[in-house]
Design a protein around this ligand. Structure first.
Ligand SMILES: [Mn+2]
Length: 379
């Protein structure tokens, strides 16, 4: 039996925008990603794996430092003779200036260098085929037209790719191409939410990023995978290696009448969120006074604890029916929106209610969404 630990998309050295810098020194999320790599290596040793496969985006090229390189090399050196096969992705392409081309990597590291698939024999009966991003974008599919040799060995694809896409900036991998190539297993990276299929004609495994990297990834499953190959049989086990956790929590504020009260309520809610790196509070309900969200965040940050991000989804405490009778631009807006909401279907209604909320807030000159979270680029 062959045992492989497969992971991808750790994104070491990701800066995390203001989540890292607001209210505390250092960069905790970045530190937690390093702990995640340590934990993954620990588990590989504990579970006595025969190899590690890495589906790309181990780190973010533009943010990588000499210190981070040393850290990664030290971690992989702990594996001794256990090989680590790496298929570089769009964030860690194997190009000029890549950390993969620096000195000091231990001998057990095997990094794909070319966009085309290269064979990396794992043992007498198993061969891993991996290709590299050689730039942050690749629109070709190295699997298209590829055929594994008919030599009785087991052939495994290791690739950072966009499965099911005919066209993509991130290595499209159309299903027919994958099915026609003759692999017995595909170990992939790029999608930050886990996706696993053991269905015919071959098992396809995305572990997801081991840690969520953004509040938008909070609902996804984040794992490393222990993959066991026994003859034709493939089994997997999801390993929880997450060290960085994020949580979004609603904060109903109807009835709160002062800033002090709001701070106390928010602090209690953050404390109750448990051991997480960051909490996003979503203010909901009717607001009877003006809230300075920046000041709220400052007050919460002053006592330490997780990073706090605040989203405002409140409605001003308005009597909308009365408001709609008026003659101002706002009254006209409220009147027309209430008419549309009344006749809207179930799908459209929440969108219109949100539009009404945002419209009233905009007409009052309120800040709509504090931009505390840096808009992230592609996975
Ligand atoms: Mn990624």
């Amino acid at each position: 039996m062959l045992r492989i630990l497969h992971f991808a998309d750790l994104h070491l050295e990701r800066p995390f925008g203001s989540i890292a810098t607001t209210g505390r020194p250092g960069n905790l999320p970045r530190e937690l990603l390093r702990r995640c790599l340590e934990r993954t290596v620990d588990l590989a040793l504990e579970r006595k794996v025969d190899a590690i496969t890495l589906g790309g985006d181990l780190f973010e090229h533009e943010h990588f430092t000499a210190g981070a390189l040393k850290f990664v090399q030290e971690q992989f050196r702990r594996l001794g003779s256990i090989p680590v096969f790496i298929s570089p992705g769009n964030h860690d392409p194997n190009m000029a200036g890549s950390p993969y081309r620096q000195e000091g990597w231990p001998e057990n590291i095997r990094v794909a260098r070319s966009p085309g698939l290269e064979p990396f024999p794992l043992d007498d009966s198993t061969c891993i085929w991996a290709g590299a991003f050689a730039a942050p974008v690749r629109r070709d599919c190295p699997v298209a037209g590829f055929q594994v040799p008919q030599d009785g060995r087991r052939h495994i694809l290791l690739l950072h790719a966009d499965l099911g896409e005919d066209e993509s900036d991130y290595c499209p991998l159309p299903l027919p191409a994958l099915q026609g190539a003759g692999f017995g297993l595909a170990l992939l990276g790029h999608l930050h939410g886990a996706q696993r299929s053991l269905r015919h004609p071959l098992p396809v495994l995305y572990p997801g990023s081991p840690c969520p990297l953004d509040f938008s990834e909070e609902e996804d499953e984040h794992t490393a995978l222990l993959v066991e190959l026994d003859g034709e049989h493939v089994r997997w086990e999801a390993l929880d290696v997450a060290t960085l956790r994020l949580r979004t929590v609603p904060l109903p504020i109807t009835g709160i009448s002062s800033f002090q009260e709001l701070v106390a309520l928010a602090r209690g809610t953050v404390d109750a969120a448990g051991p997480v790196a960051a909490v996003r509070l979503v203010l909901e309900g009717e607001l009877s006074f003006d809230v300075d969200l920046g000041r709220l965040i400052e007050r919460l940050a002053a006592t330490g604890g997780p990073f706090v991000d605040v989203r405002d989804k409140t409605l001003p405490a308005l009597d909308l029916a009365a408001e709609a009778q008026g003659r101002t631009a706002r009254s006209r807006f409220v009147r027309r929106m209430l008419e549309r909401i009344r006749t809207a279907g179930p799908q459209e209604r929440p969108v219109l209610e949100e539009a009404l909320r945002l419209g009233i807030a905009a007409l009052e000159g309120r800040e709509l969404e504090p931009a505390f979270w840096r808009a992230e680029d592609e996975a």
